[in-house]
Unconditional design. Structure first.
Length: 400
């Protein structure tokens, strides 16, 4: 029974780390750690938009159209599509849109991280202030580049835009995804930025050209965003959230379509935790608060999986009655306060709060599925192949 208490106690501490990090963030902000000053450049930053695309003929046209509609000086924007091992019309669509298309044929070395590394070797990174990595199934708001440029100078920093959901109103699954995305990008990551702590990377990341020249692009895992976040954090590179710069991606509308994606993300993140946690902890370029926050982010299971884990752990403690069961259950339940507050705040701020709230009636079923997906992900940690998520035209895109 003592072993059960130890296991549950370690789990409770891990789940409590994000709350502790947020408290540290609030403390840092109260001390004025969020103040910053920068000299604005005399001309707008020059952006390179890299669009890695594997068989994206269905959604790539909307992505390229959103890039064409950017309200930003055209001479300061260059778009390059990476047609990675494509067997469809992706290269033709890119060329038809008038953008540069790099065709990569390397079936034995497939995957987005390798495609990006290959493309970066084909372009003059130093000719740009920043490189923005945009998936082929995403769409950017017209003022994306302008808001990113407001954080200039960009060459020595990394920016993360607000990740929205393009098919938010399709069903309960996509509405919940939009709420959870808003909780992160509209609230939690804004707090981190004000506290001068790094935010996790995801689609739309904007990487300073000098950062790339200094650190390079060496990621290879199933979760390249988390791996690059960990590498940059260990190297002391700033990653800031820019919530005004918005990019939207299509969320899988069914559990079946989402399974491979969630398994890949979970396995990739666990691999990054195993390989990168120690380099972060022993880094001389990251402060103590940053180390705590990075380990908390890499070990955090995500709000829905967090809820499921707490439910299972609480049930185990109540049934087994190990030493300190009451305290363990209390701590486990306390860990739910943070994600609950962020979720409630995101629902209140949602354009359709009633519809968002109703979507969470599906949460118990989703939580059970999410736990099963996480369990099966353990079998592919560090070695699983990349499996492409099925694409579809959403109802919002049909109406456009």
């Amino acid at each position: 029974m003592i072993a059960v208490s130890i296991v549950l106690g370690i789990g409770a501490v891990v789940l409590l780390l994000p709350t502790l990090s947020d408290l540290v963030s609030v403390f840092r902000i109260s001390l004025g750690r969020s103040r910053r000053s920068a000299t604005r450049p005399s001309e707008p930053p020059h952006f390179l938009f890299l669009v890695p695309a594997h068989n994206e003929e269905l959604l790539l046209p909307a992505c390229l159209e959103s890039l064409r509609r950017l309200r930003y000086p055209r001479e300061r924007v260059h778009v390059v599509v990476i047609a990675d091992n494509c067997t469809d019309r992706t290269p033709d669509i890119a060329r038809g849109a008038g953008v540069t298309c790099l065709v990569r044929t390397a079936p034995a070395d497939a995957g987005k991280p390798r495609a990006i590394a290959w493309a970066l070797s084909q372009v003059q990174v130093g000719d740009y202030d920043a490189i923005v990595i945009v998936d082929g199934d995403t769409e950017l708001d017209p003022d994306f580049a302008a808001h990113a440029a407001a954080a200039a100078p960009l060459a020595n920093k990394v920016l993360q835009p607000y990740n929205g959901v393009s098919n938010q109103s399709e069903n309960a699954l996509t509405r919940m995804a939009a709420v959870l995305s808003a909780a992160n990008h509209g609230l939690a990551y804004v707090l981190k930025t004000h506290a001068r702590l790094n935010v996790p990377l995801s689609v739309g990341m904007c990487i300073g050209s000098r950062v790339l020249s200094r650190v390079g692009w060496t990621v290879t895992s199933l979760s390249e965003d988390w791996e690059f976040y960990a590498i940059l954090t260990a190297r002391g590179v700033r990653i800031e959230e820019v919530p005004e710069a918005r990019i939207r991606a299509q969320e899988a509308a069914t559990l079946r379509a989402s399974t491979s994606q969630r398994r890949r993300w979970t396995a990739g993140k666990l691999s990054v935790l195993v390989t990168q946690a120690w380099p972060i902890v022993r880094s001389q370029d990251a402060g103590l608060a940053q180390k705590l926050d990075a380990v908390a982010e890499l070990s955090a299971p995500g709000p829905v999986l967090h809820l499921g884990v707490v439910g299972l752990a609480t049930a185990a403690a109540m049934l087994a009655r190990p030493p300190g069961a009451g305290w363990l259950v209390t701590v486990l339940l306390v860990t739910l306060i943070r994600p609950a507050l962020y979720t409630i705040a995101a629902i209140v701020r949602d354009p359709e709060p009633a519809a968002a709230l109703r979507a969470f009636a599906f949460l118990p079923f989703y939580a059970i599925w999410r736990i099963s997906a996480a369990v099966t992900a353990l079998g592919i940690v560090g070695r699983g192949p990349w499996i492409r998520t099925a694409r579809a035209i959403s109802s919002e895109q049909r109406e456009q």
